[in-house]
Ligand binder design. Sequence first.
Ligand code: C2O
Length: 624
Amino acid sequence: MSSFLSTALSSSFTPSSISSTKDHYKIASSTQISLLNKKPNNQHFHVSACKAIPPQRKNNKNSSSSSLSFETSKVDRRNMLLGLGGAYGAATIIGDKLALGADCTDLPLPYPDLTACTKSVISPIPDDPNAEQVECCPPTPLSEIKPYKIPVNPVKRIRPAAHLVDEAYIRKYMNAIEAMKALPDKDPRSFYQQAKIHCAYCNYGHKVKHPVTGEEVRFSVHGNWFFLPFHRWYLYFFERIAGELINDPTFALPYWNWDAPCGMTIPAMFVPEMSPLAGETRPNPLYDALRNPDHLPLNNDQDRCRQIVFDLNFNRAGGDNQLPDITRVCNNLAFVYRNMVSNAVDAERFMGNKYYVGCDIGRGAGSCELLHNPAHSWTGTTQNNNEDMGNFYSAGFDPIFYCHHGNVDRTWDVWRKLGGNDFGDQAWLDSKFFFYDELGDPVYVSVKDCLDEEKLGYEYQKVELPWLQARPPRKLEKSDVAANSTAPTVANAFPAKLDKVIKVLVQRPKKARSASQKKKKKEILVFQDIEYPMNEFVKFDVFINDEDEVGDLMSKAEFAGTFSTIPHGKGHEGGQVMASSFTIGLDEVLEDLQADDDEYILVTLIPKAGGNKVTIDGLKIDFV
Ligand code: C2O
């Protein structure tokens, strides 16, 4: 075990690790603040508790799919598939290799052509001329867009866990967001403009000039290898602007530590409409009215500090499950473990598929993006088109977005410390994004320049990583569920619509591989070409050699992973189709199931939301 791991596992949180003065982050004494800082009841939670969960569930609603009806539009399917590169069919995949078509390059993504930015379409069919649109383009730069120069020897910013901050920090943070909100809307540093950055980059407002054909090509920073670097740069500038506005170069954004039991609730400072600080009467700039009221911690006199435990397995369409909190916490830890370890086998599986400009391929969120989706749904599932957090175009308008993404960015750091290696592809390293810096100057930045957080001048407050110990326990006995199953094989089961539970027997090309073979190549299960409407939330869970068809317990060896999406627009009447892949790492799961010698595994897909709108082309086992 690396020293990082043992420190992470054994050390308990020390306030001094984030500040030179020991008292800096200590819990404040005013009543209101101690209310804010009161830790969830599960603060003494120990992962071993997850091993003792009774298998029964309580009042599970078992809603397997949304009740919304879906008619595939009569439009030619090729026109409905959202070609992220624009040129549909320019590339095909032969074996593992990308075959480059005329418009498909392996060149880096240029920064967006701002003159080509269009309103972001938020209705179900983006190519519909009557589609509803929102203006998300950035202000036109008044000066030349220059390469951004990272300050040499930057002042250190230490990003704190949101549930551990004190009154002084909250005041500073509120001041910074308040100052951003007070800037005129046209100021690129205003909260309004910052929020729109996400909409333009994630809801197809921006276009890049194709490096060969010159054609304007729309793209997204979701579902591909730009997910982490784009959001890292986005937070970097947001944080610097916030610090600049309060004149504090050490100001650091907080992170929502939802991967640890104490952080598994919406951080209290975001909740009240008015300032939570004693003696203050101003509105709380961290408040957002468009959040799911059922998921807010309750700070009222009747129910003081009741914590609502965040559910990483939130099914959205099915509403909240009725599992006991402890089960939810254990599910969450297992969910984090699967996405951070079991399924995060390499850069592509963790960070997302490669995406090249002009190639209509490569959409596939990495396990890190899939791990990130639930906090959006959990916070933002509202009647109002899931605004703010639950929809891409509006997510940046909730201040908690930046706190959530702090944690997402932190998972990148943790994954690397656990041994993960970034992409080495020049096309990725040299890809560029456009931002305004803290002085309001237009700049472009490269992926390669954001890989070293120390160089960028920030780090994360160190906390424990309880999910590292949450690998679901190994089965004591080998199960015969696959051997006795009469489920169809892949060829007979796919393509399939996910309107019901699918069980399929998957043949393994190799079995009982040695430890060194496993080290060299990881066995993965790939879901090919999952198609779903882009304006919908869809979710399905995957279990291996499981007898259950409900699948609401994740802290067991059979749970392998979850696929979920975040809607891109409004409406529920169909919508443009997205195509995506999804991957699961099999090595650990099969070891824990004692199924490593088996020729067939039984894969169960359990639709949890929107399944009647999802089709899957196929399923295969690969080695990467
Ligand atoms: Cu660009 Cu969490 O989203």
